[in-house]
Design a protein around this ligand. Structure first.
Ligand SMILES: Nc1ncnc2c1ncn2[C@@H]1O[C@H](COP(=O)(O)OP(=O)(O)OP(=O)(O)O)[C@@H](O)[C@H]1O
Ligand SMILES: [Mg+2]
Length: 407
């Protein structure tokens, strides 16, 4: 980000490829990966300020909405483009001014919604559409943002976030790709000293940006999303999708609400009872965020060798920030064993996964050799059992793919 940022925080969210990753780095990673970010937390520790800072990169091509429960979609449209309401009032939409003419003039790349949980569901739905780059009028979707759009929202939802029965929780899980609970990454005393000495104005500072860096952000983003993802990363992602699904009953997914209560006793205390597998949608977000975090670390000086060698770490750190609030964790176990700290629970899962991969390293290597040879070898495939059973189909598929390429 640029140096006009007001937000200060030297608390590391993680360390990747030997580089510290701070809160503003994660925001930057989300902008690069075009991943919607939800800043959860209740402490007045700068969520709004952080989101405002992100807006300065887009000049006037960003929109700030303060969520209020008395705002309807009509008022929202007015805030997006006052011409809308005028056109609607004057019946222009019927007289030939097409909604497209109006939506074409809307060119927001970043939508920030402060206090999103205050919005009523109908407004929220429109806001999520804006995050994803369109606006819906009379059942039709009109694109905005010229191919690049992303959203940052703030709010305090706490537990409600992951309750699947809760409408807000479900909507957030579906549409926000990355969630950071800022309460776990509070600024350091040296940061707060600096913050306080700079200004004792408790309001969010509105820095107006002299320049619009949209073009450069969009350019970096499109370069990033067109990069190839390494085979190693796909394997780790497949472990999160399938390896974590395994239990002695067969599949956690198929157990539905019977998970985790009806697991075998010995599984209750392990990661089998602590976490569900990720969804394909989450897996996509994880890979995208992993690529973005690599790019941030690269910008801080990490070498290509290190980035390539630590593909596992990169995917796992992305997994942590995509999954903590996505509803895959067993909340009771997190409360009982990790004092309710979802990130600590995920750290434990990451450590267990690391051990799993270390144990399998020889088998994985044999599997990848098989893929390179382009031939399926049953003896190699049989090395993979239980939670690693997914590798049979994974490698079989890859061998076929590369075999076809060769011939
Ligand atoms: N990490 C920080 N760096 C710089 N300024 C900060 C930081 N944290 C808080 N502030 C300042 O403190 C005030 C409150 O911050 P802000 O409104 O962004 O917090 P918030 O997390 O959005 O709070 P709330 O949950 O009440 O909405 C602002 O003046 C802001 O500039
Ligand atoms: Mg705020």
């Amino acid at each position: 980000m640029n140096n006009q940022n007001v937000y200060r925080n030297k608390t590391e969210l993680t360390n990747l490829h030997g580089q510290p990753i701070y809160m503003n780095d994660v925001v930057e990673a989300c902008l690069l990966g075009r991943l919607n970010l939800f800043l959860q937390g209740d402490t007045g520790s700068g969520k709004t300020q952080l989101a405002k800072d992100a807006m300065t990169q887009f000049g006037d091509k960003s929109l700030f909405i303060l969520g209020r429960n008395d705002m309807d979609t009509r008022e929202l449209f007015h805030q997006i483009n006052p011409e809308f309401i005028r056109a609607l009032k004057e019946g222009k939409l019927e007289k030939g001014v097409s909604p497209k003419e109006l939506t074409d003039k809307i060119n927001y790349h970043l939508t920030v919604v402060d206090e999103l949980p205050n919005c009523v569901p109908a407004v929220r739905a429109q806001l999520f559409n804006l995050f994803d780059g369109f606006i819906e009028i009379n059942g039709r979707a009109y694109p905005i943002g010229n191919g690049y759009s992303v959203g940052i929202a703030t709010g305090n939802v706490g537990q409600k976030f992951t309750e699947s029965a809760n409408e807000l929780g479900r909507a957030l899980k579906d549409r926000m790709h990355v969630v950071i609970d800022t309460d776990y990454f509070f600024p350091k005393p040296s940061d707060t000293l600096e913050i306080l000495s700079e200004s004792t104005n408790p309001r969010v500072e509105f820095t107006s940006s002299p320049e619009d860096n949209s073009e450069s952000v969009i350019e970096r983003s499109s370069r990033l999303v067109s990069q190839d993802t390494s085979l190693d990363k796909y394997l780790v992602a497949n472990y999160l999708l399938h390896g974590l699904d395994y239990c002695s009953k067969g599949s956690k997914r198929k157990m539905k609400e019977k998970w985790p209560a009806q697991l075998e006793n010995h599984e209750q205390g392990s990661d089998v009872g602590l976490v569900l597998p990720v969804s394909p949608r989450a897996a996509k977000s994880i890979l995208r965020l992993s690529q973005s975090l690599d790019e941030i670390a690269r910008g801080k000086g990490a070498s290509e060798e290190t980035i390539e060698a630590n593909a596992f770490d990169s995917v796992m750190q992305a997994y942590k920030f995509v999954s903590a609030y996505s509803g895959v964790l067993n909340e009771q176990a997190v409360n009982a064993n990790y004092e309710g700290d979802k990130y600590r629970a995920l750290d434990a899962i990451i450590a267990a996964t690391r051990t799993q991969f270390d144990d399998q390293v020889g088998n994985i290597r044999a599997g990848l050799e098989m893929v390179k040879s382009g031939k399926t070898n049953q003896k190699v495939l049989n090395l993979f059992k239980d939670r690693w059973g997914f590798m049979k189909d994974t490698l079989g598929g890859l061998a076929e793919h590369y075999g076809n390429k060769k011939s």
